[in-house]
Design a protein around this ligand. Structure first.
Ligand code: CMX
Length: 438
């Protein structure tokens, strides 16, 4: 990818030198303190990671290179006459730190289209799996099968200079991103559509082509896919999928190995699988209380879920403390294109009653909806009814952000990650010593 790769090198190489000098000059500046609770609560609030592509504010939500989601919807290039941003443009922004032109996006599209042929053995590996295999398991397997193509792994084996790690990583990332929608669509069609596959259409953009290969050739669904694949891409570095990519990549595992590991994390119900769980939970509710539940009906169903010791999927967040702007963006889309959709209206009713009930528990730190609370209802509207596939779609998008970050990791020469762990016994002694000295 001549242009983008060169632009990235022009940005990243001087910055790597600048950061090295910054660290040398400021090595002893303290950034904060952390408590026993912080450690036992999953390290939230402890600064220990570096991610250039995006930054989260607990109240405002995510910003990609300084741009909020509403700003990205305005400013990123769109197809002529289009209304939603093109995710290829977000990839450019995350890599370069500046908004791309439409021509920049077209260049990425052409480059990825040229790399997109998936080797036959990847499809054969998928076909060897039972049709009942969860789509996320299939996705991880497909990424692992694609790993045979890693130019980073090959070059490392042959011996390369550290300074060139980023370049091979870049090549792997672009090839992987080019092929990911094809394998995801293949998984969908083999699992749910009798293996009747639909060839890619190189004239379409990355998101519309994905929609086309899934079998939903509607202009409105193309728009949804552009929005969906943009907003799910990145959520700074500490979430399970981003952190896993960075952690595994820090061992110099190639991008395929790193992304496969990340997708296994995304497949957890407290992370990406929540989009599937939301729809399953709503359908169970409908089965129990009918198709047109009142706010009171929904409130008692939420109470029941909590009493049974289960989580209300789509609500809460490890770091956010407000309604997720990714939820709001999807709500706005729904208000424009499907204001009368029954399921969408149930999602909105849940939004009216759930936060107060969750707040009243006194323990849930964020009672507001996250990205997963809305996405399934939008997909269902366009006929994508197979909820078990939803996290694969999240994964296709998340790959953009975590892999852009992985290129940065290699360009900045970030080292192997190895935080210190301690035992409970160690912790008790440390606390006793602190108290004695207080
Ligand atoms: N329903 C019921 N209980 C919830 C809850 C919810 N939606 N959100 C948090 N809680 C509970 C926690 O399980 C925890 O309970 P215990 O003290 O009994 O262990 C307590 O409230 C405090 O948790 P927290 O500090 O508010 O939240 P965490 O940082 O531990 O967890 C998250 C964050 C997202 C895992 C949690 O809110 C949750 O399980 N939500 C539902 C699943 C979900 O929607 N996940 C998707 C997140 C977005 C994404 O990554 O895609």
């Amino acid at each position: 990818m001549g242009n983008l790769k060169e632009k990235f090198a022009e940005k990243a190489m001087p910055l790597a030198v600048e950061i090295r000098n910054f660290v040398k000059e400021n090595a002893n500046v303290a950034l904060g303190e952390f408590t026993v609770e912080d450690v036992y609560a999953g390290q939230k609030g402890i600064i220990g990671l570096l991610t250039e592509t995006s930054l989260l504010d607990s109240n405002e939500g995510i910003r990609f290179r300084g741009y909020s989601i509403p700003e990205l919807r305005q400013l990123l290039p769109k197809v002529p006459g289009g209304t939603e941003p093109l995710p290829e443009g977000l990839f450019y922004l995350m890599l370069i730190g500046e908004l791309p032109t439409y021509d920049d996006v077209l260049e990425i599209q052409a480059n990825w289209a040229a790399r997109s042929e998936v080797p036959a053995h990847v499809y054969a590996a998928l076909d060897a799996m039972p049709i009942t295999t969860h789509p996320m398991t299939q996705l991880t397997m497909a990424i692992m099968a694609l790993q045979t193509e890693s130019v980073f792994a090959k070059a490392y084996r042959e011996g390369i200079n550290k300074k060139d790690y980023w370049s091979y990583t870049y090549e792997d990332v672009c090839t992987l991103l080019a092929r990911l929608p094809l394998v995801a669509a293949y998984i969908y069609r083999r699992t749910y559509k009798n293996g009747e596959h639909i060839p890619a259409d190189a004239k379409l953009d990355w998101a519309a082509n994905f929609a086309h290969m899934l079998g939903i050739d509607q202009n409105e669904f193309y728009k949804l896919m552009r929005l969906y694949l943009t907003i799910h891409a990145d959520h700074e570095g500490g979430n399970v999928s981003a952190h896993t990519t960075h952690l595994v990549g820090s061992a110099l595992s190639d991008p395929y190995l790193s992304l496969a590991a990340a997708m296994n994390g995304l497949a957890g119900p407290l992370h990406g699988l929540a989009n599937q769980e939301v729809i399953r939970w709503i359908f169970e509710m409908i089965e129990e209380i009918g198709h047109d539940p009142s706010e009171e009906d929904i409130a008692s169903y939420i109470q029941k879920t909590l009493t049974e010791g289960k989580v209300v999927p789509g609500y809460g967040h490890a770091v956010l403390r407000q309604t997720d702007p990714r939820f709001t963006a999807q709500q706005e889309f729904a208000k424009t294109y499907m204001p009368d959709d029954k399921l969408v209206n149930i999602v909105w009713k849940i939004y009216k009653v759930a936060p107060q009930i969750l707040e009243n528990t006194g323990k849930i730190k964020n009672p507001w909806p996250n990205v997963d609370a809305h996405s399934g209802a939008l997909l269902l509207h366009y006929g994508l009814v197979e909820a078990d596939f939803y996290t694969v779609m999240f994964g296709v998008s998340r790959a953009l952000g975590v892999l852009a970050s992985l290129i940065w990791d290699r360009a900045l020469g970030l080292p192997i990650e190895r935080p210190k762990s301690v035992t409970y016994d160690w912790m008790k002694k440390a606390v006793a010593a602190k108290k004695a000295n207080a």
